[in-house]
Design a binder for this molecule. Structure first.
Ligand code: NAD
Length: 362
């Protein structure tokens, strides 16, 4: 039975990079029989311009009715002076909340061909392929009570609450174990169980969930050590799972190991594995409309979608091999250009990936 994808290009380079991902998807459908139908919707500034809201009811309905969502990016200079309640970014936060996307997958992949883009030594990072699973809807960013209060002494005090219910830990744990099952089956749970009771419970629940995944090797690491190990020897990790705040920090650190914002995809999943897939970068208004953006992060988001929401791993592999082949051949968009390579536009890069898919012998 055919599956349905909601395509939400959004603003700025979102329009250009999503067009290239759709090209790739069209190729997989037409040439390899991938049973997918697509329907487009508006989000962000583009939606505000037509409907006076960054997240129209039609877009929510379309997303709920789809098996997965492909998003470009939202935001831009044009909408910066709007009231915060209708800014483009509200559309993004709104859809994550509407769909209860609690599991955020942030891979850090460094293609050996781009190893020079990293600030770390080539032998430390070349070939890095790490997945961070971050809890996205709980923890200290949402815990109550929170605020800034004035004490009897007149001094002010800021406070937040780090709270995790067992069910929240269990569902992110299961999500991470499922991901590990599709990779090298090694999972590192990152906590601060020596100091924080909430993560003492985190560790206990991870151990419990691991009983259902005997094929996955579970280990635990304190977050300070994890930060150190990420820059010392990042290739030791396969999948990491951690809390909202620890994941926020560690995933940005891991992304920067690769040195290239235009190459990194991401996913946010719900309890049933339905997900929204998007590049980690924004709408890049400084280069929008010039056909020079790198579409590979979005094309790789599509391959994550095929693997994690649509159960089409072989199609995901086709995309990943094709991207490798294109990089091997020396084609580069401006953001990843290096001496001796051939600079191509956004649409030429999309065409090159399609051509590589068509020439693959899998
Ligand atoms: P950004 O990620 O859009 O851009 C940062 C820098 O990276 C810019 O110089 C840009 O040209 C470059 N860049 C980003 N993606 C690129 C690509 N694919 N190819 C080549 N170069 C690329 O971040 P920003 O400038 O801080 O934000 C711009 C707008 O995007 C803001 O409105 C912001 O709110 C929004 N934003 C949206 C998302 C999202 O939709 N998920 C995420 C971050 C920022």
């Amino acid at each position: 039975m055919s599956k349905k994808i909601a395509v939400l290009p959004g603003d700025g380079i979102g329009q250009e990079i999503v067009a290239e991902a759709v090209k790739v998807l069209d190729c997989l459908c037409d040439e390899f029989g991938l049973p997918i139908e697509m329907e487009s919707g508006l989000i962000g500034g583009a939606a505000y311009d037509e409907h006076a809201t960054p997240l129209p009811a039609e877009t929510i309905a379309l997303s709920k009715d789809s098996d997965a969502i492909l998003l470009g990016a939202v935001g831009g200079y044009k909408w910066e002076s709007l009231d915060i309640s209708v800014r483009p970014e509200k559309g993004l936060l709104g859809i994550r909340a509407e769909l209860e996307l609690f599991s955020n997958l942030r891979p850090a992949i460094l293609y050996p061909q781009l190893a020079a883009a990293s600030t770390l030594r080539e032998d430390v990072v070349s070939g890095l392929d790490l997945m961070i699973v971050r809890e996205l809807t709980g923890g200290i960013y949402f815990g109550q009570p929170r605020g800034i209060r004035t004490l009897e002494s007149g001094e002010r005090e800021g406070f937040n609450t780090l709270v995790y219910a067992e069910y929240e830990i269990e569902r992110i744990g299961r999500s991470a174990f499922e991901i590990a099952m599709k990779r090298d089956r090694r999972l590192t749970s990152v906590d601060k169980a020596n100091v924080l009771e909430s993560t003492e419970l985190w560790r206990e629940v991870m151990e419990r969930v691991s009983k259902d995944y005997p094929e996955v090797e579970l280990s635990h690491m304190y977050v300070d050590n994890a930060a150190m190990q990420l820059v010392r020897d990042p290739k030791q990790f396969d999948v990491m799972v951690t809390t909202n705040m620890f994941g926020d920090i560690l995933s940005d650190c891991a992304a920067m190991l690769t040195g290239s914002i235009g190459m990194l995809p991401s996913a946010s999943l719900d309890l049933n594995g339905k997900g929204m897939y998007e590049p980690i970068h924004g709408s890049a208004p400084d280069i929008a409309g010039q056909n020079i953006a790198n579409p590979l992060a979005t094309i790789l988001s599509l391959s994550m979608m095929l693997r994690y929401s649509l159960d089409e791993s072989s199609m995901a592999e086709r995309i990943e091999h094709a991207v490798n082949q294109v990089l091997d051949s020396g084609l580069r968009t401006r953001d990843i250009y290096a001496d001796g390579m051939q600079e191509v536009s956004c649409s030429q890069m999309g065409d090159a990936v399609v051509k590589a898919i068509l020439s693959e012998q899998l």
